[in-house]
Design a protein around this ligand. Structure first.
Ligand SMILES: [Ca+2]
Length: 369
């Protein structure tokens, strides 16, 4: 997703995986137990169905009025939805928890690049081979990249989050001042989606930051990039993997993915001063020639005027240096972390290497005729 907070969403899954490698279900149960201790900070009276008696705060009323003006949403419905939202301390705690920042690349990569994730990815690819090929043809984004994103985000739809999206966006919008503006805006988009799709918003489940479905789209991204890829009349990224496949590819294309181009290349530092140029930023602010002048070289066959970033990956005893191209930057539009982007890229390469396309009987027959 194109929000900073997307970084933290993967981080939440990261924590789940770190604390419970083999039993994600246990982790979810544990978080349910934790959530039950959460006490709403405002009395919730949604059970009372005559809406005139619902009281929301002045701040909440201002938000409702704003959404009515901006998107012509139904004020009464929004008031009811807000009254059903609960403030969860566990969501605020998750938001404040440092995650990606404290792990070395060695540790981080081990969480995502696992035998299981590779194996399940190959299965997912086989199952949706036709749709992935169609997405590749439509948007120019390779199948292995789409599979990898869905694998890193939700283990191919197996772990789509355990919080009510309504609680997540409400809590962060109204009780997390440093990001209130952003999450109020996401809550507004979530209400728009709920009206458009006839959702009961209180039943939607997602990450602690309110990201939903196979690809963990934030509501604003859902509105901007979701596509009805199986053409059944609804755009469902929560339960429909085909719509999710098309939408992830569409997201990448709209963020500037360049078909058939390199993603990232290994670099070597020949001058200690040059190591200071390397960091976490994925912005392509250098050229290959410019870096060479400063003592950063690559053995990859690449045009010297190619624009690249220069990143350092911490291997505990040594640093590894890489130049990221435009496509690496595009991956980082899904999640700003350079480690996230590298994990997605490397998983995609493992998938590509191991994948054997399924040849259908009908195709064999057709080609034999
Ligand atoms: Ca659909």
């Amino acid at each position: 997703m194109n929000q900073i907070w997307k970084g933290l969403i993967a981080a939440s899954l990261l924590i789940n995986l770190t604390t419970s490698n083999s039993a994600e279900n246990t982790t979810e149960k544990a978080s349910e137990v934790k959530s039950s201790k959460d006490v709403p900070t405002t009395p919730k009276i949604a059970e009372i169905d005559h809406t005139t008696s619902i009281k929301i705060s002045a701040d909440e009323q201002k938000f409702v009025d704003n959404m009515v003006e901006k998107y012509q949403l139904d004020a009464q419905k929004m008031t009811q939805w807000i009254a059903m939202a609960e403030t969860k301390q566990s969501i605020i705690d998750a938001m404040n928890r440092p995650a990606e920042g404290v792990l070395s690349w060695t540790k981080y990569s081990k969480i995502f690049l696992t035998e299981r994730r590779l194996k399940e990815g190959l299965e997912f690819w086989k199952t949706y081979q036709e749709e992935l090929t169609r997405a590749e043809q439509t948007y120019g984004v390779p199948a292995e990249m789409i599979v990898s994103i869905i694998g890193v985000e939700t283990s191919y739809g197996r772990i789509k989050g355990s919080y009510r999206v309504l609680d997540a966006l409400y809590t962060l919008g109204f009780h997390y001042p440093k990001r209130g503006k952003f999450f109020k805006s996401e809550l507004g988009h979530f209400f728009r989606l709920s009206e458009q799709h006839n959702w009961q918003p209180e039943t939607r489940i997602g990450s602690y930051a309110g990201a939903m479905g196979y690809g963990q789209f934030m509501p604003s991204s859902y509105i901007s990039y979701a596509v009805d890829f199986d053409d059944d009349g609804t755009t469902d990224l929560i339960n429909n993997p085909v719509d999710a496949i098309g939408s992830v590819a569409h997201y990448f294309k709209r963020h500037g993915w360049k078909k058939d181009q390199e993603v990232v290349i290994r670099a070597r530092i020949t001058n200690w001063k040059a190591s200071k140029l390397a960091g976490r930023s994925t912005k392509t602010k250098y050229t290959v020639a410019g870096l060479k002048q400063k003592g950063v070289v690559t053995s990859a066959n690449i045009a010297v005027d190619t624009k690249v970033s220069l990143m350092s990956f911490d291997h505990e005893t040594k640093n590894e240096y890489w130049m990221g191209l435009q496509n690496f930057y595009v991956i980082s539009r899904y999640n700003r972390s350079h480690m996230y982007s590298m994990a997605v890229h490397q998983l995609s390469q493992q998938l590509k290497k191991a994948y054997k396309p399924v040849i259908k009987k009908s195709e064999t027959k057709a080609s034999a005729e």
